[in-house]
Design a protein around this ligand. Structure first.
Ligand SMILES: [Zn+2]
Length: 270
């Protein structure tokens, strides 16, 4: 039996599927995954000229020192994520839930909100690093998190926001409700509520009746991989989909494919 048939078999006989998605999940939709400095600078040449890598650009310090610069990067990503359509792989996962009567839950480090855009329910997704579609105060003056309805106009040559979004309560600068690098002010309230649902999902399903399906999770920021490996150790049948770094210890399954390719191939067998 080929690996895709084994994967299909596992999924068919599971009670629940825990999808663990990293940046690679968005690549098939046309989103950049910031793989290494080179990959990052290919997507954002102005930062190469400034000699700033991803971690240095995604530092909350900018929102204090130079908010127009901080919002340049996040304003650009906000627009990109809004106008990009999630690929068909998201629908395939949703469809498994409905068609096979299994519970699908998603843990993702992606802040693009694409699982929601594709039709997942709030009860089904845990965004471990937050979401660009929600905002918080930079101070913060309160615990509040609100929906991001800003239209951030940008000077693309300088990667600067023309107008900086403000906190409606104190009128100081607002920022995306995303866990950045060296971030001490991220408000994790929304993410923690999602984490509760993640724990409830695990509580409802014993690990041995679960399939852990990791998609496009890199080694650079290994948050998602560590969660996958914990589930695997606890007995979840584990599948790693990754076109570049697919290695995993047997009997877990390694599929050297992009997210969309692998999901399409598994779906064909199902
Ligand atoms: Zn405020």
């Amino acid at each position: 039996m080929g690996n895709f048939s084994i994967a299909a078999d596992w999924i068919r006989s599971a009670q629940g599927v825990m999808v663990l998605a990293g940046a690679g999940m968005g690549v098939d939709s046309g989103l950049p995954d910031f793989r290494g400095d080179k990959g990052f600078w290919q997507s954002y040449p102005p930062y190469q000229a400034l000699g700033l890598n991803f971690a240095q650009v995604a530092d909350p310090l900018h929102f204090d020192r130079d908010p127009a610069f901080g919002w340049g990067f996040y304003g650009h990503r906000l627009e990109l994520y809004r106008k990009t359509e999630p690929h068909r792989g998201y629908k395939i996962l949703l469809d498994w839930g409905k068609r096979l009567g299994i519970e699908v839950f998603v843990v993702t480090s992606n802040v693009d909100g694409h699982f929601f855009q594709a039709g997942f329910e709030p009860s089904q997704v845990y965004e471990v690093h937050g979401s660009i579609h929600h905002l918080q105060c930079c101070e913060p003056c309160s615990e509040e998190i609100w929906e991001n309805q800003e239209q951030v106009r940008l000077d693309l040559e300088q990667m600067r926001a023309v107008v900086v979004p403000k906190c409606p309560k104190c009128n100081r600068v607002s920022r995306p409700n995303i866990l950045m690098f060296n971030d001490f002010h991220w408000n994790n309230k929304r993410s923690s509520r999602q984490e509760e649902r993640f724990k409830e999902f695990l509580f409802r399903h014993q690990e041995h009746s679960l399939v852990a399906l990791e998609i496009g999770a890199g080694l650079a920021v290994p948050t998602i991989r560590l969660m996958t490996e914990t589930l695997a150790r606890r007995g979840a049948k584990t599948i790693r989909i990754n076109p570049v770094e697919p290695a995993i210890t047997p009997p877990n399954l390694s599929l050297r494919k992009s997210g969309l390719e692998a999901l399409t191939l598994i779906d064909q067998v199902l």
